[in-house]
Structures are given as C-alpha cells and as structure tokens.
Write a protein that binds this ligand. Structure first.
Ligand code: GDP
Ligand code: MN
Length: 376
C-alpha cells in the first residue's frame, strides 16, 4: 500500500526526521485558512500517489493566503498521471541550499534491501541514473544487520553526501523496519540555508501483509484513484486495472494470473486482473463483466473459470444476466471447466448470443480473445 506524501511525512516526523510544518486541505477556502496559520507564504502540493508532481504543476509557491486559495483551487482541479487531485498539502517553504536523494528499496532477487543515494537530488532519480550513473550509489543492506553506524557511513561515502546525513539514514531505516515498509524514499532531502537536514518530499510503500500490525492504516480504505477500480471495490470485487485490450475474469488469484500470462503469450495485453473468487454467485459474475466491459480500452473479454466451489452453471447464469443488463458491444470468450461445466456450457449455448464464444481450453480461449481484440 502506497502512502500519500502527508502520511509518509507523518512517519518521518515520528521517527525523528525533520519535515516542514504542513497541513492538509480539501478545498480552496481551507487552504487559505491554513496558509494564514502557517505565516502566509506556503508551498501548495498536490496529494497524489504518483511522481513528477512538480513538473506537472502540482507543486507551487503561493506568496500569501489569497494566492494559496487561488493556487489550491487550480491544483485541486488537476489530474496528474491519471490521478485526480482530491487534497493539497500546504507547507511552510524551506530555503534550499542543496538537494539529495536517499531511499531504501527491497531487492527481492537478492533477498535484501538496497540503499540508493545521490548528492544530486530533486529530479527523478531514474533520470540522474541514466545521464550520470556514477552519481547514484547503490549499497546493499542485509536486513538482519540493518543500517548500523558503519553502514550509514558507507552509504554517505559512496554517494558523496554530507556526513551528517548518516543520522537521517539511520532514522529512515527505522521507518522502514518499524513500519513494515518495502520502500522509503526521500527526494529531495535538503540542506537548508540554515544548515538543517529536512525531508521535503517522501514516499513510503507499506507491506500489505503486515498491515494487521498497523491498525491506523489497515482500518482506513484509501480511495481508489481509478474510477473503474472504485466501482469494482464498491461491489466487493478484487479488480486491478491494467492497460491492455483483453479484459480478464477468472476464479482464484492463481488461475487469473496464469490467464494474464497466457493472454500475453497470445500476442495481446491483459486489460485487468479480476478474481471473482471461490463460490462466486451469478451476481458477482455479472458485476464483474459490467466493470470490465465499461473499460474503454477493452476490445474483448476472456472469462476463464475452473469450477470447484464455484459451479460453472452459476457463472454461466451470471454471464447471461449480464448480457441482458449490460448489453455488451464487445466479444466475450468463455472457457468453463470443472464443476458443472457441461451444464454451464449448455446455458450459454441455449442463450446463443452472437458475441459470446465458447472455448474448450485456456490456450484456445486466450488465442481467440487476442484475435477478437485485434479484429473487433
Ligand atoms: P515532486 O515533483 O512530486 O517530486 O515534488 P517535490 O515535493 O519533490 O517538489 C519538487 C521540487 O520543488 C523540489 O525538488 C524542490 O526543488 C521544489 N520545492 C518543493 N518544496 C519546496 C520548498 O519548500 N522550498 C523550495 N525552495 N523549493 C521547494
Ligand atoms: Mn520529489
């Protein structure tokens, strides 16, 4: 789970990393009041879980409360990288002397963490790494040993950071371990003209499997930025939107993931991951179809069900119900196998809808769905 900047900075502050004073606003009027409280001059920052806000115009300085209200109104009307801006943060401006980059990321392949650091912070680190790879230090961190004084000193040396940043590196490691994060990134970490080290922007991704240990996040459903994901969540569906053209619906996470692979192997790209789960009702199936079909990027749909607890005839009834309510204009390929498969296939055969095609195997279904996506 990715945290918003204002949530990340809350964790930084709790672990002793300096952050500018700031408050959140969801309307221009509130932004004006906060600006007045913070001394008039503020940085107005879009709260979206995506990078490059500054470049998109989502981070702007306002000279006084009037300007803060105006700028907040503009930023609250923006969509950045497909994410609508719902709140802004107003922060006391900081006078920057230099900007650094520091992060810890999980290196899954190596089974440990990686500290990535650079004395050239501020811009996207991928760009620094591409232009001047020697300016970006990568130091492995053994999770059992953690960031000791020696390790912090090693990172500081490798990246050419000011020696005092070692203390910040140790505190950010605490954020990572105590909060069960998989990623902690500060860009920029700045040295102010007054000589303080301040985290000006932060990104934290928490390990979803550890959320039960962090009640303050687990109880709170973060809003879905994608309207289709929000619609799916409202119906209780496990749905992730991707950017391909073949809509994928299946039962069981493993089967759905395999289906994504088989679609990719057939020369098409999956448009989503949708798991209707075990024991799905006809209602869940028709809800799922209606979400997937309303994705404008979808050109064909592949329903891949291996009936276990879920009976295939129930799934087929859900499809038939959706045909009457959603009135699809895109082809749907259905592969039913397992529990009550013959009855399920018969339900679809009886309905004889011109856009519904049946396939005997997963490979055949994926090939047909890919072909229909390219020709329909
Ligand atoms: P991002 O574009 O999403 O990474 O947003 P950031 O919060 O990192 O801000 C982008 C850039 O705006 C920073 O690298 C700074 O150069 C600048 N910036 C942000 N806050 C301040 C501030 O308080 N003072 C000054 N001088 N610059 C700031
Ligand atoms: Mn940044």
């Amino acid at each position: 789970m990715d945290l918003y900047e204002h949530q990340a900075r809350q964790l930084f502050a709790e672990h002793g990393v300096l952050v500018p004073r700031a408050e959140i606003a969801d309307s221009p009027g509130v932004a004006r009041d906060i600006a007045r409280e913070l001394g008039g001059r503020v940085v107005v920052k879009a709260q979206v879980r995506t990078g490059g806000r500054g470049r998109a115009g989502g981070v702007r300085l306002a000279e006084d409360p009037d300007a803060a209200e105006r700028v907040a109104r503009e930023i609250l009307g923006m969509t950045i990288g497909g994410h609508p801006v719902r709140t802004v943060m107003l922060a006391q401006p900081v006078d920057i002397e230099s900007e650094f980059y520091v992060s810890y990321v999980l290196d899954r392949a190596a089974g440990r963490f990686l500290a990535i650091a650079s004395a050239e912070g501020g811009t996207e680190i991928e760009e620094v790494a591409a232009a001047r790879p020697e300016a970006v230090a990568r130091v492995p961190v053994d999770p059992a040993e953690g960031v000791t004084e020696e390790k912090a000193a090693e990172i500081v040396r490798a990246a050419g950071l000011p020696p005092r940043t070692a203390g910040v590196l140790a505190r950010l490691w605490q954020v990572l371990t105590r909060e069960d994060a998989l990623l902690v990134e500060v860009n920029p970490l700045v040295r102010t003209t007054g000589g303080q080290l301040v985290a000006l922007d932060g990104k934290v991704s928490l390990d979803d499997n550890a959320l039960f240990r962090h009640a303050r996040w687990s109880g709170r459903e973060t809003p879905h930025d994608d309207p289709l994901e929000a619609a799916a969540a409202a119906r209780g569906l496990t749905y992730v939107r991707l950017d391909g053209e073949v809509g994928v619906i299946g039962n069981g996470a493993g089967l759905v993931m395999s289906t994504l692979d088989v679609v990719a192997g057939s020369g098409a790209r999956p448009a989503d991951f949708l798991d209707i789960g075990g024991g799905a009702s006809a209602r869940v199936m028709s809800d799922g179809l209606s979400v997937v079909l309303s994705d404008p990027g979808v050109r064909s749909v592949l329903v891949n069900v291996f009936g276990g607890i879920t009976a295939c005839d129930t799934v087929a009834e859900g499809i038939v119900a959706a045909l009457d309510t959603v009135r699809p204009a895109k082809p749907i390929v259905v592969r039913l196998d397992g529990n009550n498969a013959a009855r399920g296939r018969a339900v679809l055969t009886d309905r004889a809808h011109p856009l519904v095609h049946q396939a005997a195997t997963m490979d055949e279904a994926a090939r047909l769905a890919a072909e229909l996506a390219h020709t329909s």
